[in-house]
Design a protein around this ligand. Structure first.
Ligand SMILES: Nc1ncnc2c1ncn2[C@@H]1O[C@H](COP(=O)(O)OP(=O)(O)O)[C@@H](O)[C@H]1O
Ligand SMILES: [Mg+2]
Length: 239
């Protein structure tokens, strides 16, 4: 197995009196795709936000490339190469596609390299290339998801945390987005932690998966094995 790129050890988190996570541990190997599955409210977004330092854990530790992230700002995490594509995309609606993409490079210096990356994202996402000057609010849901991914790419990440990229998209667009995620992993070597409610697709795309329920990991294993597990099939695959 490859070196771990991300190690989450026993993290707990709460919002006031509401316990959101209780001792969550997971590992993502370098170059891998790992899925984190679970129904609404299970704690998936909170887990990603703890990794990105947007939520402070009450216990536990997160290591990225072997170094603890404790004490780092969210910006410092991005600068290290760990970027989140947030749930619901959160594009800057009043800005153009180009401006949104440039926001992804806000920590970088060197205009020519940034322009090169802008051109590269355009080649990766022809739909965005055609719409560089268009206001993000006028994009379709799928195009906004592509924009959110393109914006993350502009930070030159080593690893991307995807928070329910399929949410609200038609099946055709979901296929396109998953195809893009697969290409980023294969062709660009980006390590992926994929949070999804769409267990079927996420298990097909990942090599290893964790299932979160009420803030705890209740099951983990090779994705191909989980996809055949009767309990998983009944609870998460509707079969
Ligand atoms: N900002 C918040 N304030 C209070 N409770 C929250 C907040 N965000 C999430 N929660 C609660 O924490 C739990 C986990 O939420 P979340 O991590 O968003 O789950 P998921 O992403 O799996 O749907 C839920 O009970 C949710 O209601
Ligand atoms: Mg969520």
């Amino acid at each position: 197995m490859a070196e771990p790129m991300l190690e989450v050890r026993g993290i707990s988190a709460a919002y006031g009196h509401i316990r959101a996570l209780a001792g969550v541990s997971l590992t993502v190997p370098q170059g891998g795709i790992v899925a984190l599955l679970g129904s609404n409210g299970a704690g998936k977004t909170t887990t990603l936000n703890v990794v990105s330092r947007l939520v402070r854990p009450t216990a536990g530790e997160v290591k990225f490339e072997g170094a603890p992230v404790q004490g780092l700002s969210s910006d410092a995490i991005v600068a290290r190469g760990l970027v989140q594509v947030p749930e619901g995309r959160e594009v800057f609606r009043e800005m153009s596609v180009r401006e949104n993409l440039l926001m992804g490079a806000y920590l970088r210096r060197g205009r020519s390299a940034i322009d090169e990356d802008l051109a590269r994202i355009g080649r990766l996402f022809p739909r965005l290339q055609e719409r560089m000057s268009q206001r993000a609010a006028t994009l379709s849901g799928g195009e906004q998801q592509m924009l959110a991914i393109g914006r993350a790419m502009m930070a030159r990440p080593k690893m991307i945390l995807f928070d329910e990229p399929s949410m609200g998209l038609s099946p055709v667009l979901v296929d396109q987005i998953f195809d893009i995620i697969g290409r980023l992993n294969r062709d660009e070597g980006i390590t992926v932690l994929l949070v999804e409610q769409n267990a079927k697709l996420a298990l097909a795309m990942s090599s290893y998966a964790y299932i979160l329920e009420n803030g705890e990991i209740v099951l983990e294993g090779e994705s191909s094995r989980l996809a055949c597990d009767p309990a998983v099939r009944q609870a998460y695959l509707g079969a």
